[in-house]
Design a protein around this ligand. Sequence first.
Ligand SMILES: [Fe+2]
Length: 367
Amino acid sequence: MRLVSVNRLQAGMKLGKKIYNDEGLVLLADGVELTDALIRRLANIGIGYIYIEDSITEDVVIAGILQDETRNQALKVIRNEFQQMSGASGITKGFYHLDKKFSKVMESILDDLANQEDPMIMLMDMHTADNYLYAHSLNVCLYTLVLGIAYGYSREELQVIGLGALLHDIGKTQIPLKIIQKPGMLSDEEFRHMQAHTEIGYRILKEEPNVPLLAAHCALQHHERIDGSGYPRGLTGPQIHEYAKWLGVADSYDAMTSNRVYKKAMLPHQAVEALYVGSGTLYEQKQLELFRDRVAIYPLGLSVKLSTGESGVVVKIHPTTPHRPVVRVLTGPEGEPVVPFERDLASVLSVVIVDVNDEDGAVAQST
Ligand SMILES: [Fe+2]
């Protein structure tokens, strides 16, 4: 399989992975041959990159971090609950209670992650325009848990930080949709309204008997930044709970790599570079370092150019050195087709990835 920007899809290409809608139903099955109408539809629902079948990379299998069933069940619980909360009244006064299914969903997610040796953060660009909040909540939860596992948290600690991450934006259910989905810049007043989702989320979660208070603090503090520039309180480094700081990194990364009405998705290596701009000011340097080690910055199927002048596709990622993957070389330094062969960048240290094909076909500088 090969990763292709929706802008570069051509009729006749075959879809490599299923695409689900926000109800967990299959929108497009794998193997479907794309038509111009389907390509337009994919662009319209806000999907940035998809996997297509490709004879030269047909042995490359891209497995999700979660089993499809766990992912769909999680999205269903989040969607049902968040939708109900949008219309409910008195929810910050403890009149409304979250479904106990959230704890069950967390158990299934933790079980799936426990079955993997070194779980990694992989590109999971399956967001559609209307399910953004649900898919974002789940992605941030997974990214935070991958970090938490790498950091060495116990299962009990992961349960708390995972629940905090899954519900971090629950306060947004109480913000008018016209503000949440506004494509342009928010006015000062709208921005203040939007920022309130942190405190609203805290008020909702602290009343929940099934949610630990620490998870409520994750909702309250996930937009705080260590230099005091965040909100709602402008807390600084030591005042922000460690869990909320992990969550802040995961939240920012997912926002950067998601396609939104007002901005195009960044590729993982671009997002990691953007996060590093805030190293030591917005985010803790040590947390960013661990994040960088756990994210597949060059996802499987990505087209890359090497310092040798050769081009190819990422076909394998080493869990301990994700920035030095195995690349299947398809063209030589002059762009001439070659008999495909593999270069393992983990063992040939003199060769590096210098460029990545971005969505317009132009070449983006790599980190
Ligand atoms: Fe948020």
